[in-house]
Design a protein around this ligand. Structure first.
Ligand code: HEC
Length: 133
């Protein structure tokens, strides 16, 4: 490769890295999957506080920080629970902001979370929660 080309490649790679964390790069849900939109919304709106592999987010990295939300890979969530959390700001309403996404977007994110959360769940689900299929 010529130096100019190498420089361009490095710049593009750096831009790609910089976009991580609030972009869709980590989304592993296929674009033709009905949950892709929800995954992309999750990656842009919820990534700061929640880990969820299907959206490529690592927001639960240090739970020592009070604002960090639960690792959703380890939580089984129903659609109703996810929508409730979005509309009310988690289950306690203390830290997570309510209505980060609303309307159809809230619906899409809740569907995505219900489908993909809990992939690594080991503990028993909370009473009333439906086990993953
Ligand atoms: C500012 C940080 C923050 C953001 C942004 C955030 N959350 Fe949360 N979330 C939390 C915290 C902290 C909790 C745990 C405390 C609680 O439930 O009130 C939580 C709890 C939850 C829960 C309940 C998990 C469980 O099993 O207890 C769900 C579901 C959830 N969030 C989904 C989302 C979705 C979807 C988004 C994006 C629309 C989002 N969160 C954005 C901080 C955040």
């Amino acid at each position: 490769m010529r130096p100019a080309l190498i420089t361009a490649t490095v710049v593009i790679a750096a831009l790609g890295l910089a976009a991580c964390g609030f972009g869709e790069e980590g989304v592993s849900v296929a674009e033709n999957d009905p949950n892709h939109g929800g995954a992309a919304l999750f990656a842009t709106h919820c990534s700061g506080c929640h880990t969820l592999s299907a959206a490529g987010t690592q927001g639960s990295g240090s739970r020592g920080l009070r604002t960090q939300g639960p690792n959703l890979d380890q939580r089984i969530e129903t659609y109703d629970d996810a929508l409730f959390a979005i509309q009310n700001g988690g289950f306690s309403g203390a830290i997570m902001p309510a209505n980060i996404v609303v309307g159809d977007e809230a619906d899409e994110v809740a569907r995505f979370v219900a489908e993909y959360a809990g992939d690594e769940a080991e503990e028993s689900p909370r009473p009333g929660a439906q086990p993953a299929p």
